[in-house]
Design a protein around this ligand. Structure first.
Ligand SMILES: Cc1cc2nc3c(=O)[nH]c(=O)nc-3n(C[C@H](O)[C@H](O)[C@H](O)COP(=O)(O)O)c2cc1C
Length: 374
């Protein structure tokens, strides 16, 4: 059998295979609450054979949402609809992860699929429109584009409260039944803003040297690890490189990953970017070298970014470039990507077992009649 479809055990969790749905904001929630859109959108990935489905960036505080339509986990009332999704994923043998995040100075931005703040007054009421002043390490806007405000610079007390909010959200994620928490430390959002000299201009203990800039990421990880059950894996998503001049880079990420490893962060989800001037070229497998750099440094990693071909995903696992392979847009296009890839890599036979029981026999009949996947 292919390596891609071999199980992986992390702490007390065994994933049925190495395929992961990467977190994807849907901008479809009201008041941070998951609804039927999230249930169906996420449920189809479990039906499609993914090993782990990671829910979108979920605000640990209301002002940490990228937009007013993000999911949130700052309140116990938000647990039940998430729990319903988790239960369904589990019923289909997929593990459930949630990305806990804070957007920092990139909060209160538009619902991206709307293309801007173009809600009519009626739509504002219908969709629960909200806006607020974002916070950040320093009072510097992300860019001069109109959707980005100049943020309030967090005080030390506010930083400590934000660390606690991550831990409180992790407690709620456990109550909802999630198997994995992924802390969002990538893409120029709050943790990434603290890490990067492009956004962090503080002169206190949270700014200046790399060690100081890493402090917030480490405090958040330690606080989450302290409340997140010891038998459940904890991931951190990093922009392994900002890809912008003067920004955070691969060597910085390796140094941070070693510190996170000591705290009990089990894997790094290797992404990039999030600041103005990003210069990496989006092309097939373009971020795999970032996952490999972490692996070469002895850190478990998740590769993501324009991974499309089954043979490429297989090679990433088989050659040890990463431990897991994640898909975002490819999963949207084909929620059955894992089952299709399993057939490509492993033929018929046991590969049919990844189809839901309601479908597998009928699909086998169809394939036999057509002479496929023999
Ligand atoms: C619709 C959409 C929403 C996204 N939302 C998130 C998110 O909530 N958190 C995150 O870390 N990345 C987010 N991303 C980035 C993806 O997780 C992924 O890293 C990126 O799309 C590259 O992978 P791909 O080439 O397989 O799409 C999003 C991407 C898309 C397409």
């Amino acid at each position: 059998m292919s390596q891609l479809f071999s199980p992986l055990t992390l702490r007390g969790l065994t994933l049925r295979n190495r395929t992961v749905v990467a977190p994807m904001c849907q901008y479809s929630a009201q008041g941070g609450m998951a609804n039927d859109w999230h249930f169906v959108h996420l449920g189809r990935f479990a039906l499609g054979g993914f090993g782990l489905v990671i829910l979108e960036a979920t605000g640990v505080v209301p002002e940490g949402r990228i937009s007013y339509a993000d999911l949130g986990l700052w309140s116990d009332a938000q647990i039940a609809p998430l729990s319903r999704i988790v239960d369904f994923l589990h019923s289909q043998s997929a593990a459930a992860g949630i990305q806990l995040g804070h957007a920092g100075r990139k909060a209160a931005t538009p619902v991206w699929w709307r293309g801007g703040f173009n809600e009519t007054d009626e739509e504002k009421v219908e969709y629960g429109y909200e806006t607020w002043l974002p916070v950040a390490p320093s009072a510097v806007a992300h860019s001069d584009k109109p959707e980005y405000q100049t943020p309030h610079a967090l005080t030390v007390d506010e930083i400590k409260a934000t660390v606690k909010a991550f831990a409180d959200a992790a407690i709620r994620a456990d109550k909802a039944g999630f198997d994995v928490v992924e802390i969002h430390g990538a893409h120029g959002y709050l943790i990434s803003q603290f890490l990067s000299p492009l956004a962090n201009h503080r002169t206190d203990a949270y700014g200046g040297s790399r060690e100081n800039r890493m402090g917030f990421a480490i405090e958040v990880s330690a606080a989450v690890r302290a409340v997140w059950p010891a038998d459940k894996p904890l991931f951190m998503r990093l922009s392994v490189t900002d890809g912008s001049p003067g920004g955070w880079g691969v060597e910085d990420s390796i140094a941070l990953a070693h510190e996170l490893d000591k705290i009990g962060v089990d894997a790094i989800h290797a992404s990039s970017g999030g600041f103005e001037g990003y210069a990496l070229k989006a092309q097939p497998l373009y971020q795999v070298p970032l996952a490999k750099a972490l692996k070469d440094a002895g850190i478990k990693s998740i590769a993501v970014g324009l991974i499309n071909e089954p043979k490429d995903a297989e090679a990433i696992i088989a050659t040890g470039e990463a431990d897991l392979v994640a898909f975002a847009r490819g999963a949207l296009e084909d929620p059955n990507w894992p089952i299709h890839a399993h057939h490509v890599l492993d033929g018929g036979g046991d590969a049919y077992d990844l189809w839901p029981k309601q479908a597998r026999g009928r699909i086998k009949d169809k394939d036999r009649a057509l002479g496929l996947r023999t």
